[in-house]
Ligand binder design. Structure first.
Ligand SMILES: [Zn+2]
Length: 195
C-alpha cells in the first residue's frame, strides 16, 4: 500500500504551525500590549489565542444508584466514566451536559444543581459536573460507550474509573450523601509531580 486514510486523532495538539486565516507559517511572540507569547501571523496580523477548553458532564442518579459508562474510545478505553465531554461552540453548559449524557448513556435525565467545578490547568481544561435525576431505567449507550449501567454506592468500580475528575466528583458525592448536603465543590487537580 502506498497510501491510506489518516488515523484521525483527538484532540489535536495545541501547537499550530500555520495561520488559520491565510495559511502563512506562524511565529511565536508577545504581541503589542500583551504580556505573554501568542502564535502570530506576520502576513495578515491574526493573533491566535489559545484558551482552556470546557468539559461538561453529569452525575446521574437512579434510585440511589449512579449511572456510569464504560468508555469505548481512547483515552482510557475500557474504564468507567460519568457521562461528560467537551462543550460544543454555541451551546450552554446545561445543553452540553445533557448532550453528552444522551450520546454516551442514552438515559433520560433532568439536570439538578451544578456540583463540581474542577480546574485542570496542566490539561488546559475546566470541568463542570451537574447532579442529575434519571427518569427511568432505560439506557441506550452510543458508540463512545461499550456499556452503561447503574452502580450502588458499594459497587462503584474505584480502581476502574477513567479520570481523576470522575474519581474526585464521585468521592465528594459519596461523602456528601452522609450529610445530605451537596455544596458546590470547586477545586484543582494538580499536574503530575516533576521528576
Ligand atoms: Zn495570516
Amino acid at each position: 500500500m502506498t497510501s491510506h486514510a489518516p488515523n484521525f486523532y483527538f484532540p489535536a495538539p495545541r501547537t499550530q504551525r500555520f495561520c488559520s486565516q491565510c495559511g502563512t507559517p506562524l511565529i511565536r511572540r508577545i504581541p503589542p500590549d500583551d504580556n505573554r507569547e501568542r502564535d502570530l501571523c506576520e502576513h495578515c496580523g491574526a493573533v491566535h489565542y489559545q484558551n482552556p477548553r470546557n468539559v461538561v458532564g453529569v452525575l446521574p442518579v437512579w434510585q440511589g444508584k449512579i449511572l456510569l459508562c464504560k468508555r469505548a474510545i481512547e483515552p482510557r478505553a475500557d474504564k468507567w466514566t460519568l457521562p461528560a465531554g467537551f462543550m460544543e461552540l454555541g451551546e450552554t453548559t446545561d445543553q452540553g451536559a445533557l448532550r453528552e449524557n444522551q450520546e454516551e448513556s442514552g438515559a433520560q435525565i433532568e439536570l439538578e444543581q451544578l456540583y463540581t467545578i474542577i480546574d485542570v490547568p496542566h490539561a488546559e481544561q475546566v470541568h463542570f459536573f451537574f447532579l442529575a435525576r434519571v427518569l427511568n431505567e432505560q439506557l441506550a449507550p452510543g458508540p463512545e460507550s461499550l456499556e452503561a449501567g447503574f452502580f450502588g454506592i458499594d459497587e462503584i468500580p474505584w480502581d476502574e474509573l477513567a479520570f481523576r475528575t470522575i474519581i474526585s466528583t464521585l468521592e465528594h458525592y459519596v461523602s456528601d450523601l452522609a450529610t445530605g448536603v451537596f455544596p458546590v465543590r470547586h477545586y484543582t487537580i494538580p499536574g503530575p509531580a516533576p521528576r
